[in-house]
Design a binder for this molecule. Structure first.
Ligand SMILES: O=C(O)CCC(=O)C(=O)O
Length: 268
């Protein structure tokens, strides 16, 4: 799959999230599955997982800098072209990649949030491709989205993920607001999601509000691997409260992203 249909691109623009089928072939699935095991055995410096009564979670980011398979899928696969399709952009930069492994019986939710408040970038052309490495359903924690929330222009205060979710290690940004308790009043929101087969993906805008259930199953993992790309209108913007691992000493506010940390992929 290297091209998205016009209907799907229109749905992405309207709803802020769409499913994309058959993004990874068997070869990619096997390479990424091995890369995930390698990272679990020997995680890179941005590991943020935990093992608790609620089960085991393995999270990590900027994996492309440490493993050839992650590097290849981010830089040299059909994904940059897919991102270009959805963003209708002349250029594409890699922002970063991130791994979310919910092992079986990992009951912790991924709390509701939108992504761009975490990231030191401004602009509308910021996209994530969340790749399912396992069959992903409501039972093992598929990602859910609020339809159209990318157009709310709501900047929600970043908080730490995981067990200690009440404790924020992100600096408070006075221009951000706290996210409402969406889980407590789900019926008030237009929540959308889709079951995915291994190799399918969710494609979503960085301002789309999303979250995910825990993995209730005892016999299936939920390995999700997200690659994030940016387009023409994106500039560096190191706002208060953004994620330190994405701060880039080579850039100042207002710069285009082209740099070692955010490589320009299209045009080559
Ligand atoms: O996989 C998850 O549980 C969360 C994914 C997510 O928030 C993301 O990719 O931005």
């Amino acid at each position: 799959m290297t091209q998205a249909s016009e209907e799907l691109i229109a749905a992405y623009q309207r709803d802020g999230a769409v499913p994309l089928r058959g993004v990874l072939n068997q070869d990619w699935l096997e390479r990424l599955a091995q890369a995930v095991e390698d990272d679990i055995q020997s995680p890179g410096p941005f590991y943020h997982g935990y093992d608790s009564d609620e089960g085991m979670f393995h999270g990590n980011l900027r994996l492309w800098q440490h493993h050839p398979a992650f590097r290849d899928i981010c830089l040299n696969s059909h994904l940059p072209e897919l991102a270009q399709n959805f963003l209708q952009s002349e250029k594409i930069n890699l922002l970063y990649d991130q791994l979310f492994v919910k092992e079986s019986k990992m009951s912790q939710r991924t709390r509701w949030h939108n992504d761009q408040p975490y990231w030191p970038v401004s602009g509308n052309q910021v996209i994530s491709i969340w790749l399912a490495l396992d069959k992903t359903t409501a039972e093992n924690g598929r990602v859910e989205f609020i339809r159209g929330s990318h157009k709310w222009d709501k900047w929600y205060q970043p908080e730490t993920f995981g067990k200690t979710e009440a404790i924020s290690s992100y600096e408070r940004n006075p221009n951000y607001e706290n996210i409402p308790d969406i889980e407590a009043s789900r019926e008030d929101y237009d929540i959308i999601s889709w079951d995915l087969e291994p190799g399918d993906a969710f494609v979503f805008n960085a301002m789309t509000v999303h979250g995910a259930g825990g993995n209730q199953l005892h016999d299936r993992r939920r390995r999700g691997y997200t690659v994030r790309y940016t387009g023409d209108d994106v500039r560096y913007d190191k706002r208060i409260g953004t994620s330190e691992p994405l701060h880039n000493e080579a850039l100042k506010d207002g710069d285009v992203l082209d740099s070692d940390l955010f490589p320009l992929l299209i045009p080559k």
